[in-house]
Design a protein around this ligand. Sequence first.
Ligand code: F0G
Length: 454
Amino acid sequence: MPSPSTSAADVRHPSFRCIACGDRRDGASQDFRCPRCGDLLEITYPSWQESKPDAARLKAAWRDRRLSSRAVDLSGVWRFRELLPAMDADQQVITLREGNTPLYELPQCSRITGVARLLAKHQGLNPTGSFKDAGMTVAATFARRSGFRWVACASTGNTSASMAAYAARGGMRSLVLVPEGKISWSKLSQALDYGAVTCQLRTDFDGCLELLQQLVRRAPVYQLNSINPFRLEGQKTLALELLEQLDWQPPDHIVVPGGNLGNSSAIGKALVEMLGLGLIPRLPRLSVIQAEGANPLVRTLREAAAKRLIPVSPETRATAIRIGSPASWKKAANVLEATGGACEQVSELEIAQAKAEIGAEGIGCEPASAVTLAGLKRLLKQGFVQPGETVVLVLTGNLLKDPDYTIDFHRGDLFEGTRDGQASTALNCLRHPPIVLDATLDAVIRTLEQADES
Ligand code: F0G
C-alpha cells in the first residue's frame, strides 16, 4: 500500500497552524500534530489576509445556491465552501446532502426554563443522524483526494457511523475502533451496514483513541477523528447555517454538549471567523455542558485554570460523551474564552429529565444532546443566562440513536440499581410506558379514558 501524505500540493488555500506554538506549515503529517511541540493543528486561510472575502457577497452567494441543483450546492456544508479548504472540482466532493438541518422553536421548554426565546438546531437530522456528517464530508473528501484507501476512527458510536457511510460513498475502506459494550447498538449497526471493519476493543473511548494514534504512525490509514482539522472545518458550517437561519442576528447564547470537544471548538472557530469577516456584528456566548461523570473540561477550567488537562475516568449513560481525556480540550478552552462562554456539568437525573422534555416537544434527541437543556437550567440559576435572552441549543444526535436509553427511562428502569433510583420517581410525570392489554375494544377505551383524566 502506498503511504500518501497531506502536502502543500494537495490543499490549495489553507495553512496548518499549531494552536500552542503558532508554527505554520503548508502540510500536516498523519497524526495532525505540530512537528515542533506536538500540540494540535488548526486550519487557517492566509489568503483572507491579502483579500478579505466580502461579507455581503458571501451571504448573497450562499442564498442563491439554495436554488441550485448541483450536489455541492445541495450540501448544507459545501454551500458555504468559501470558508472551507478549496477543492479543484465539484466531482471530488463526497456528499450525502448533509447539513440543511432545521432550527426549531421549543415553546414548552421555553416555558419550563423561563427563557424568552429558546431554539434548537437539530443536527440529529443529518443523513446518519448526527452532527458528525458535516465534518465527515470534508475530511473524507480530503482523505480520498490524498489517495488514501483506508480511513479509521476511534468512536463512541456517531463518528464511526458517519465515517463508515462517507467512506462507503467515496469508495474507501473504513476501520472502526469502539469501546466494547459502551456504545449503543443502533450506532454500531450503522457501521456494520455501511461495511466498516468494526473492532470492539476491551477499553474505553480514550483507550481506542490512544491506539488509533499509534496506528496512524505505523499504517497508511487516514484518521477521521476530530483531531483531524478538516473535520472541524466542516463542522464550522453548523454555525454558518444557524446564523443564516437567524438572518445573521446572533443569539445571546449557544449551548453545546462537550465530549472530545471538537464540535465546540469548530463552532467557536466559525463564530470568531464570522466576526472577523464582518458576517456578524458580535459574538454569541458559546457554552459547553458535560455530564457530571465525564467532566474533564469542567475540572480543567475550575481546578487547573485551563493550564493542563485533568483527565477523569468517565461514567455516564449518555455514552456519546463518555470521554475522560478529550483531545481538543485546549481548543475548546480557547473558544470559551474568546466568546465569554461558560462550562457546566449536569447530573444523570437532569439529563434524563431534559431528554424527556425535548421529546415532549415532538423533536427528541439522544441523551448526550439533552445535556444542553439541563445545562441551560443551571446557567439560568447562576444568572449567567438572563430570562430575556435568546438561546440556541445544539442537539447533536437523533432520538433513534439510543432507543435502549429511552425505553429504560419510560419503563422506569433507567436508574434501577443506582443511587438515583429513589430520586428518579420525581420524573414519573414525564414517563409514558407502553401498556400491554387484551385485544378488546373495552380495554383500549378504558385506557384512553384513564389517560384523558391524567
Ligand atoms: N453529542 C453526540 C451525540 C456525540 O456523538 C458526541 C461525540 C458529542 C455530543 C460530543 O461532541 O466530541 O465534538 O465534543 N461523539 C464522538 C463519537 C466522540 O465518537 O461519536 P465532541
